[in-house]
Design a protein around this ligand. Structure first.
Ligand SMILES: O=C(O)CCC(=O)C(=O)O
Ligand SMILES: [Fe+2]
Length: 514
């Protein structure tokens, strides 16, 4: 899956530059060949017209006779050979070889890239026409999309049963098709997708009009003829109901609770969801974490992000040179992130988490060990039982849908093999700024944390009773522009008995507080 991280996409640019070289070589070979063929034609023509002017006279000359015969034998053989395109095979052989040597995206990658773009469009409410112009939130970032590009986005949406986006993109394809002079896609094909997706969304009248237009281009299109009859009958009988079960998009976070999804997306767009009674009480301070000797000279820059549950940010707790070391160590080991299937305990890929991650051990580098020490200072907990440092890179469109970091009571298999209990706290370090998007948001709290390089976010996932705190449900918004790097340390329950004593009184019911 190349679309999950920037580093992989860079390799695709290398692939493209090799392909471009091959293409240019092929074109220049061909141009040279065509130039030679043109010269042959001119030469033949010259002799031929001299002969035509006075045939008898021309043919009574033995040299001319010889030349005529030669032109039609040996010379013409050469011409024929040149007409055969000797470069095609070599070029194709090279290309076949490159398929094995270079990194190529797959059809699955194309689907992934299209899904990512549509996810961004959804989350950030990007309007189709602006995206097609290469704009993201009013900033021109890339070149325009052609009718064909829009058509492909529509087709990908269609394949995911997402007829809402199929209609948006096919409409855009149609608009652009009218403006473009050279057309690769054909109008009737756009119309076919557009008519069907319009129908699936319940607009029979428009579906009918589009089908009529399609038939004006291709009067014998069988499926369109069938649909025409069907639509006409349906309109006549007033049966405009469509089987909704077929409409559920496969790709666009179909699993999310709509209210949570709405709150999640609003927070990603930087819309305020926090009551002023809370936000006005949030403070920042220099903290020495109750006189931790490590912090007496250089206290932490602590910023409150929420009170209950308490979420705090620590500014400038990771240095640029440490970040460089961590990224460099992680880079070659980055793999598509997995999630634990809560029934089987197995790790698997999921559409709701798209990023690349790697795990670093403390003994591998002093920087990794220092990060663990700093986590202890920030949290007052031990990292003896913590997981290794997880490094995550999100490419454009990379995201993580709302989730809990702790294992719920029914997830009996999670963390079992570690033998260190549940994930008591999360420390999330931002290792990059993100140009647009990529916030960490807590949908039910109305908290949105913007990534700032060097900052750490800290919160407890469990109540002092040991029960999971459902209010900590959080998500990583899709990256809209740029690349996002984070690393996290998950602290576990075992070993914290005296640092954060259990308090059965706070055995609060596992319910989401809204
Ligand atoms: O990347 C983020 O902002 C959050 C990541 C996260 O929640 C996780 O990895 O569990
Ligand atoms: Fe998380």
């Amino acid at each position: 899956e190349v679309y999950t991280a920037l580093s992989e996409l860079e390799e695709l640019l290398d692939t493209e530059s090799v392909l471009l070289k091959t293409l240019h070589q092929y074109i220049s070979d061909q141009e040279h060949r065509i130039a030679v063929l043109k010269k042959h034609a001119v030469d033949y023509e010259k002799e031929h017209s001299i002969a035509a002017r006075d045939v008898t006279n021309y043919l009574s000359n033995p040299i001319n006779d010889y030349l005529l015969v030669k032109r039609l034998t040996s010379d013409w053989h050469k011409t024929e050979k040149l007409m055969q395109d000797p470069y095609y095979e070599t070029a194709m052989k090279n290309l076949t070889q490159y398929r094995e040597l270079l990194k190529f995206p797959t059809d699955e990658d194309l689907t992934g890239a299209a899904t990512a773009l549509i996810r961004l469009q959804d989350t950030y409410k990007l309007d189709t026409a602006s995206v097609a112009r290469g704009e993201l939130n009013g900033i021109q970032y890339s070149t325009q999309l052609s009718a064909g590009d829009c058509f492909e986005l529509g087709r990908q949406s269609y394949n995911g049963y997402d007829f809402y986006h199929t209609e948006l993109w096919m409409n855009e394809a149609l608009k652009r098709h009218e403006q473009e002079r050279s057309n690769v896609t054909v109008r009737w094909e756009i119309l076919e997708y557009l008519a069907y997706s319009t129908f699936m969304q319940g607009n029979l009248k428009k579906a009918l009009d589009l089908t009529i237009e399609l038939l004006s281009i291709l009067p014998n299109h069988e499926r369109a003829l069938g649909n025409l009859a069907y639509y006409e009958a349906a309109i006549k009988n007033g049966t405009t109901e469509i089987d909704k079960s077929e409409q559920t998009p496969k790709v666009v976070s179909a699993m999310l609770d709509p209210e949570e999804r709405e709150r999640y997306h609003m927070l990603c767009r930087n819309e305020n969801l926090m009551p002023v009674q809370i936000s006005s009480q949030l403070r920042c301070r220099y903290s020495n974490n109750n006189r931790d000797p490590h912090l007496l000279i250089a206290p932490l820059k602590e910023e409150e992000a929420y009170f209950s549950p308490r979420i705090v940010l620590y500014r400038d707790v990771l240095y640029d040179n440490e970040i460089e070391v961590i990224k460099r160590m992680a880079q070659p080991r980055l793999k598509r992130a997995t999630v634990q299937n809560y029934k089987t305990g197995e790790l698997e890929f999921a559409d709701y988490r798209i990023s690349k991650s790697a795990w670093l051990k403390e003994h591998e580098d002093v920087v990794v060990a220092n990060v663990a020490k700093r986590v202890e200072v920030m949290t007052g907990l031990t990292t003896e039982t913590a997981e290794e440092l997880q490094v995550v890179n999100y490419g454009v469109g990379g995201h993580y849908d709302p989730h809990y970091d702790f294992a719920r009571s029914e997830e009996t298999n999670a963390f079992k093999s570690l033998g260190t209990g549940n994930r008591i706290a999360t420390v999330l370090f931002y290792m990059s700024d993100v140009a647009q998007g990529g916030a960490t948001v807590f949908p039910w709290l109305g908290v949105a944390l913007q990534p700032v390089k060097g900052t750490a976010a800290v919160w407890f996932n469990l109540y002092p009773s040991g029960n999971g705190d459902l209010r900590t449900r959080h998500a990583a918004c899709p990256v809209l522009q740029g690349s996002k790097w984070v690393c996290n340390k998950w602290l576990h329950e075992v070993g914290q008995e005296f640092r954060r004593p259990c308090d059965p009184k706070e055995n609060i019911q596992e319910t989401i507080s809204r």
